[in-house]
Design a protein around this ligand. Structure first.
Ligand SMILES: Nc1ncnc2c1ncn2[C@@H]1O[C@H](COP(=O)(O)OP(=O)(O)OP(=O)(O)O)[C@@H](O)[C@H]1O
Length: 437
């Protein structure tokens, strides 16, 4: 298996370096990425230690080159030459002169480690997908979207916010909102779960934090989203391990931008337990926005968003009723309830013992109407034919629409997940330190 992956990796590398030399950087980058995927698999399955080392060295080498190309491409320069810069192309071209010093090597390793801990792809969540949370959205516009789109608005003493904390009970859309920011804004987005950072990289994590901020500064305008920021930044205490103390100090230093300018870098934090944050770190988040449980109109919008285009026969009154019945539910609770309800028609199909013919849009081509589709019905229906789902030809199956009783049924099984005491604590924190949505 290893040999196979290794061979494939080498094939991709050959193609990549040829394209690289011919300055076809976009295609070269694609081939490097494919090569890296194969190298990673080869590394995973290789048992021999010295072979592992060789593969790891290749991996690092081509990763560096791919990163250089990516940076170059993202600056919109498709064909201008990219210096080899100690990366793969340099070595394969045999142009010598490499010799990165140890510090660079260390930095590269950390950047690779970061690659595993951070997500850089743009999520696909739009502003309009986020129900309610108007204050938070407006604040994020001020902090993120305006400074990038209209930099001249932020001159002189008017400076954009550098640190924003989103806090509130679980499942209220803090991460979801951060994803919407990432999708809507033309900035590099780094998303890191601080629980991951602490658990996987303890000992190394302060260096990772430094590298994360370095990367963010290199790629500005950028947004660093730190989920569960409390696990990295809880109040300092005598019981803290040396590693955790170093991590907190480093985070403070980086957020201050000491010795570096943090212009163009916004730190967005999210937490369910803001009262656990270290006070010094809490202060670095200049804006602290409470993300509460959704009000009735927001809940109604959530039902609409999560149902989307799924065929249903819900009336506006049904929607109001659902919103009314879900007081105390978080956005996450509602999305689970909707998923459950959307399965209702599938269950009806599975349980059906009788079907009848109806006309409707063809499952294969919704533009065409067919008059011999089959849908479940009660055994007493005059047109009922006894059969089960498996007897229905797939292209003749008409899926029943989701109905309001599917939601009522789902609500019996999905209960609100946030406890009232939790809300009280959040309200107290908001009164003391926050800003309410
Ligand atoms: N305001 C909202 N509008 C639309 N959907 C929402 C909203 N809030 C939550 N959801 C739904 O709930 C899911 C979970 O939300 P999310 O992960 O953002 O919550 P969170 O506040 O970050 O929770 P946690 O603190 O547990 O990480 C989202 O993927 C989304 O489907």
């Amino acid at each position: 298996m290893t040999t196979n992956f290794l061979e494939r990796a080498i094939d991709f590398v050959k193609r990549a370096t040829e394209l690289d030399r011919a300055q076809h950087y976009e295609e070269a980058f694609d081939q490097y990425i494919k090569a890296l995927d194969c190298f990673k698999l080869a590394l995973k399955y290789e048992r021999n230690e010295s072979a592992k080392k060789t593969i790891a060295t290749h991996l690092e080498q081509y990763l560096t080159r791919a990163e250089t190309l990516k940076k170059h491409l993202s600056q919109g320069e498709r064909r201008t030459p990219v210096p080899a810069g100690g990366g793969a192309a340099q070595k394969t071209q045999g142009s010598g002169g490499g010799g990165k010093d140890e510090e660079d090597e260390e930095k590269n390793k950390l950047k690779q480690a970061l690659d595993g801990a951070i997500v850089r792809e743009k999520p696909n969540v739009k502003w309009s997908d986020v129900a309610g949370l108007e204050t938070a959205k407006q604040m994020l516009h001020e902090a993120v979207i305006f400074p990038i789109r209209f930099p001249h608005l932020f001159t002189g003493k008017r400076v954009p916010w550098r640190g924003i904390l989103l806090f509130g009970p679980p499942g209220t859309g803090k991460s979801y909102l951060a994803k919407a920011v990432a999708t809507e804004v033309d900035a590099t987005f780094f998303s890191v779960s601080s629980a991951d950072l602490v658990s996987k990289w303890l000992g190394q994590s302060e260096k990772l934090v430094r590298s994360l901020f370095e990367l963010a500064r290199e790629n500005k305008p950028s947004i660093v989203f730190i989920d569960e920021v409390d696990s990295m930044c809880s109040a300092r205490s005598d019981q803290d391990s040396e590693a955790s103390r170093r991590l907190k100090t480093e985070f403070l230093v980086q957020m201050n931008g000491v010795g570096n300018s943090n212009d163009g870098v916004l730190v967005l934090g999210a937490t369910n337990i803001p009262w656990n944050l270290d006070p010094a770190i809490r202060r670095r988040f200049e804006k602290r926005i409470y993300i509460p449980l959704p009000e009735e109109p927001a809940r109604e919008r959530m039902f609409q968003i999560h149902i989307g285009g799924t065929p249903n026969n819900l009336t506006p009154d049904d929607m109001h009723e659902l919103a009314r019945r879900t007081e105390g539910y978080s956005g996450a609770d509602i999305s689970i309830c909707v998923r459950e309800a959307l399965m209702g028609p599938i269950r009806r199909l599975q349980d059906a013992t009788h079907f009848k013919r109806i006309s409707g849009p063809s499952p294969a081509d919704p533009q065409r109407v067919e008059d011999d589709l089959l849908t479940p019905c009660s055994p007493g229906d005059p047109e009922a034919v006894e059969m089960s789902l498996m007897d229905v030809p797939p292209q003749k199956l008409a899926t029943p629409p989701v109905a309001v009783h599917d939601f009522f049924e789902a609500l019996l099984h999905t209960k609100p997940s946030v406890a009232p005491q939790d809300i009280e604590q959040h309200l107290k924190f908001t009164a003391d330190f926050g800003q309410s949505d």
